[in-house]
Design a binder for this molecule. Structure first.
Ligand SMILES: [Zn+2]
Length: 549
C-alpha cells in the first residue's frame, strides 16, 4: 500500500531546488518549528535552523523569503468525494445548496428555471429545508406538476435523500415494482406507489447513473477543476469516500494531464463483492487504501440510529421526521458482519459512516467481533462524522484502535438546527465532540465531506477550537480543542488515517514537499481569525499547484 516510486505531477514545472526561509511549522513531534526548509527533487531534504539548511542548498536554489508568512504541511482532507463532487458542482447539475441559495422561494425559482432551461432532464444538488427554511418536502405530485415530461432529480445536500418525479423514474426504469437497492430504499405510499423520495446512495445512483454519462466522460477535466479548487485552500491530499472502480479510467486519463492532489480511494462496499484491485496498488500519487460503508444516514433527514428521540418540532416534522422517532440504520448487524468479512480479512482498511449513537454501538460491536475473528495490530478502522458519539464510546474506540473523522462544519452551519430543531442542548450542543475524542486518546481528523460544506481547512480548525456557529452562537456544552490539535487533525493525523503519514502530513526529511504557505503564522492570530488567513501558495512534491494572484 505504501510505495515509494519517485513519480511527479506531470504537468507542473518543478524547480530543482526551493529554499524556504522564515516561519516553518513542521507538525513534527521533535522540532515543531524550524527556520528554513529545503525541497529538492520533490522531497524535503533539509529542515531546521537557517544556517544549516542554507548550507545544504545549492547556489542556484530558488529562494522563497516567507517574511510574515508561514510554511505548513499541505492540508489533508481525510473524508472527501472528489469524483462525485466534481460532477455535482459541474454544469451537469444545478447548484441549489444552502451555501449558494439561502431563501426557500429562491430555491423553488431555481428549480422551475432549471426545468425550463433543461427540458431533457434537470438535475439539482443541495436541497436542505432545515437551512433553507420554509421549503416543504417536494412530493412527486409537485415535481410532476413542475416538470411535466422533464425528468427532475433533486439530491439532498446531505447526499442521503433524493427526490424525483415520474418522468425521472421512467427514464431510470424504476416503478412501483422495483426492489429497493441494498442499503437504500424507495419511500412508497399505502398503495405501494412511489412517492418521489428515496433514501441513500443506491437510490441516487439508480436515478442518475445513466443520465450523467456525459459528465462521467468528462470526469478527468472536471476533476482537474475541482482539485485546483482544493489546492487553493491548501489541500494536497484528499480521500475519495465513494470510489467505484468504474471511475478508474478517468483517473488514468487525469494522470496524463497532471494530478494536483494525492488521492486516497475508499471503494464503496457492495454486498457479496470483494475489492476491485489488489491490496498493493497504485503509487504515492493515487492508490486505493480502503473500503467505505454507510451504517446510517443523515441527521437532517431523520435516518440516523439513536438511543434518544428527535425533538418534536415544526422543523423536524417538515423534513418528514415522525414525533418520537429515533431514526433508523441502513444495515442490520448481520448485514454489516457480512460486509466487513468480505474485505477486512484481506487486509483492507474499513471506513464506516455512523452518526447515531446506536449506529456507532452497532459498528463498534461489529468491529470488536471482527478483530477477534481477524486480529490485526495496525488496522486504523475509521468511523466517519460521528455526530452523537459520546465520551464512553470514544474510550471504547480507543481501546479497539478505532479512529474518527469529524464533519465539524455541522456545528458551524447547522448549530442552531441541532439544538433548537432536532436534538436539544444535551445531544445537539455536544455534537461532534472532538475534545472528548482527543481526551480518550484518539487521533482525529476534520473534514468537509465533498459538497456538503465548502472545503476550508482553516475554518474547520476555527470551528473545532471555538465551536462557533455561522450566526454567531457557540455550541459550548463541550469544550473545543487547541490549535495544535486542530492543525494535526488537518495534517499528520489526517494523513495517518488515509495511510499516507510516511509520505506527507509533516515537514520532515524524506517526505514529499507537499506544502502550503499561509499569509501569517496561525499561532499569532486569534482562533476566530483563522478563516481570514489566506493561502498564498500550495506545492505538491515541490511543484507549485496554486499561487495567489
Ligand atoms: Zn461522505
Amino acid at each position: 500500500m505504501l510505495t515509494t516510486p519517485t513519480e511527479m505531477p506531470a504537468a507542473a514545472s518543478i524547480p530543482a531546488e526551493t529554499l524556504f526561509i522564515g516561519t516553518v511549522i513542521t507538525v513534527a513531534p521533535e522540532n515543531p518549528r524550524a527556520e528554513a526548509l529545503l525541497a529538492r527533487g520533490g522531497r524535503i531534504v533539509a529542515v531546521g535552523d537557517e544556517s544549516s539548511v542554507r548550507a545544504a542548498a545549492s547556489a542556484d536554489a530558488q529562494v522563497v523569503e516567507l517574511g510574515s508568512r508561514a510554511l505548513l504541511p499541505g492540508f489533508v482532507e481525510a473524508h472527501g468525494h472528489p469524483t462525485d463532487t466534481a460532477i455535482a458542482l459541474s454544469r451537469y447539475m444545478i447548484d441549489i445548496r444552502p451555501v449558494t441559495i439561502a431563501a426557500a422561494a429562491d430555491v423553488m425559482t431555481a428549480i422551475r428555471d432549471g426545468v425550463a432551461a433543461r427540458p431533457d432532464g434537470a438535475y439539482f444538488t443541495g436541497w436542505d429545508s432545515l437551512l433553507q427554511s420554509g421549503l416543504e418536502e417536494p412530493g412527486i405530485e409537485l415535481l410532476d406538476e413542475i416538470g411535466g415530461g422533464t425528468p427532475i432529480v433533486i439530491l439532498h445536500n446531505s447526499g442521503h435523500v433524493v427526490y424525483f418525479n415520474t418522468a425521472a423514474a421512467h427514464a431510470a426504469g424504476i416503478d412501483k415494482n422495483s426492489p429497493n437497492p441494498v442499503g437504500s430504499h424507495w419511500v412508497r405510499d399505502d398503495a405501494g406507489e412511489l412517492t418521489g423520495k428515496g433514501f441513500e446512495v443506491g437510490a441516487f445512483f439508480a436515478l442518475l447513473g445513466g443520465v450523467l454519462q456525459d459528465a462521467q466522460r468528462e470526469l478527468p477535466a472536471l476533476l482537474t477543476t475541482y482539485l485546483t479548487g482544493l489546492n487553493a485552500v491548501g489541500i494536497t491530499t484528499v480521500s475519495d469516500m465513494s470510489w467505484t472502480h468504474a471511475k478508474a479510467p478517468a483517473l488514468e486519463a487525469l494522470r496524463q494531464t497532471g494530478v494536483t492532489a494525492r488521492l486516497r480511494l475508499y471503494e464503496m462496499s457492495v454486498p457479496g463483492a470483494s475489492a476491485s484491485v489488489p491490496l498493493v496498488n497504485g503509487d504515492d500519487l493515487i492508490s486505493q487504501v480502503g473500503v467505505k460503508t454507510w451504517a446510517d444516514g443523515s441527521p437532517w433527514v431523520g435516518n440516523i440510529l439513536l438511543s434518544f428521540p428527535y425533538l418534536d418540532t415544526p422543523a423536524a416534522r417538515a423534513v418528514g421526521i415522525e414525533p418520537g422517532s429515533k431514526g433508523s440504520a441502513n444495515y442490520t448487524r448481520e448485514q454489516l458482519d457480512g460486509i466487513v468479512d468480505q474485505y477486512f480479512p484481506h487486509g483492507w482498511q474499513l471506513a464506516c459512516h455512523a452518526h447515531g449513537d446506536l449506529a456507532i454501538d452497532m459498528v463498534l460491536d461489529c468491529w470488536e467481533a471482527l478483530l477477534e475473528r481477524s486480529p490485526r495490530a495496525d488496522h486504523r478502522l475509521r468511523l466517519e462524522h460521528v455526530g452523537t458519539m459520546n465520551p464512553a464510546q470514544f474510550e471504547r474506540a480507543a481501546r479497539l484502535g478505532v479512529t474518527v473523522s469529524f464533519l465539524i462544519d455541522h456545528v458551524y452551519y447547522w448549530g442552531e438546527v441541532l439544538v433548537n430543531d432536532l436534538f436539544g442542548p444535551e445531544h445537539g450542543g455536544s455534537w461532534t465532540d472532538a475534545r472528548a475524542a482527543l481526551d480518550a486518546g484518539l487521533r482525529i481528523s476534520l473534514h468537509n465531506d465533498g459538497s456538503v460544506t465548502p472545503a476550508e481547512p482553516l475554518r474547520n480548525m476555527m470551528v473545532a477550537i471555538t465551536r462557533a456557529t455561522r450566526s454567531g452562537g457557540h455550541l459550548d456544552e463541550v469544550p473545543g480543542i487547541t490549535l495544535e490539535e486542530a492543525i494535526r487533525a488537518q495534517t499528520i493525523d489526517a494523513a495517518w488515517q488515509v495511510q499516507a503519514e510516511q509520505l506527507v502530513g509533516s515537514l520532515e526529511v524524506g517526505k514529499y514537499a507537499d506544502l502550503v504557505v499561509l499569509s501569517a503564522d496561525p499561532f499569532t492570530v486569534t482562533p476566530d481569525q483563522l478563516p481570514a488567513l489566506t493561502v498564498e501558495s500550495t506545492y505538491l512534491a515541490g511543484a507549485p499547484v496554486y499561487q495567489r494572484n
